[in-house]
Write a protein that binds this ligand. Sequence first.
Ligand SMILES: Cc1cc2nc3c(=O)[nH]c(=O)nc-3n(C[C@H](O)[C@H](O)[C@H](O)COP(=O)(O)O)c2cc1C
Length: 403
Amino acid sequence: MSGNLKGKNIVLGVSGGISAYKSADLLRLLMKEGATVKVAMSANAKKFITPLTFRALSGSPVYQNVFEEIGDDAMEHIRFAEQADLMAVVPASANSIAKMAHGLADDALSTLFVSFSGKVLVAPAMNDKMYSNPAVTENINKLKSRGIFIVEPEYGKLACGAEGKGRLAELEIILKEIIAQFCQKADLAGKKIIVTAGPTREPIDPVRFISNRSSGKMGYAIASEASKRGGEVTLISGPTNLVSPPGIETLYCECAEEMRRLVFDKFSQCKALIMTAAVGDFSPENYEENKIKKNLNGGNVLKLKRNPDILSEIATRKDGQIVVGFAAESENVFENALEKLQKKSMDLIVANNIAKPEIGFGSDYNEATFIKKDQQIRYLDRMPKTELANLLLDEIAELIEVG
Ligand SMILES: Cc1cc2nc3c(=O)[nH]c(=O)nc-3n(C[C@H](O)[C@H](O)[C@H](O)COP(=O)(O)O)c2cc1C
């Protein structure tokens, strides 16, 4: 891979974290792709890596001090910001993320960020406890809701010796995501796309419900990527902790019946329906108005009924729409997915094995197989959900085109 960033001006923002040394490698990778890179550093980043390293590698002065002129220009941050096509903050510390979320501008990196109006990509890296702190989550969600692309950190061994989520994403993945910011396709322009996401909650009584482990991440990634490709996206979401991507109509629901109603309301106007939601198969036969007492019937209180199968019902209402389903299976993945595809007259099914701990529910990665109605099969390696979303959207754009 080389030349993918030819002619692009990128600001690499470096903040003060243990993985700051990796940004020197990222700088080299970006330049190898043909980008012109200028580096901006937070005051604390200089405690981890010297500006001299970046200056030597990039061949350009490093923006590191708001009150020091580079050449004869006292407004260097404005110049930096005006010239860049993209700003990538790698690594992004908890502190710098907080400053970006709140618009603080007290050093070179944060001042440049506030002055910059183009695309921004942020790759957080920190200790797992820091990463799971609700304040950090809230700040990251704020950035996401403003359209900033977050390259999620990975799960693994951390510099502090702990194991958890917080390690800077692989540089190859960050590089791919940076390149992807410039390769936005517009093949879904004006096309109405419905994406369902997340779990459903089937109420038992006012305090209890039956649900499942779906995080909604796959559906939200598809909705977000489809919107970037020009799609007019409606996201129908069960309860998740995710932030609605910018520019998307998001309709929220709780139970399978509510999701069904929303899908049917919108289906006739859409070009494609992508059902990633893990819709509950069962719900309690009776909803109890009052909280069920714990000693009722010795605990033998739940009788379940089958929920409506949205995909099977949709199959009878299809009028040219492309319908895509997901099969989250833990055994006989391929056979079960194929049977589902045929039974429910889908155009494509995405099969994945949720028994694998490193992919599927809750993970930012997925490993899937696409099976089309003509039984064409495409096996895919483990990859970030955003990348998988784009591969799926390539297939959908083609299916829409063929009609
Ligand atoms: C050895 C060491 C490693 C650190 N690593 C990280 C890190 O990986 N991520 C992080 O958010 N903070 C880390 N910190 C804390 C930050 O350096 C600190 O919060 C600092 O204020 C960040 O400043 P900045 O965001 O302005 O660069 C580390 C601190 C030390 C002493």
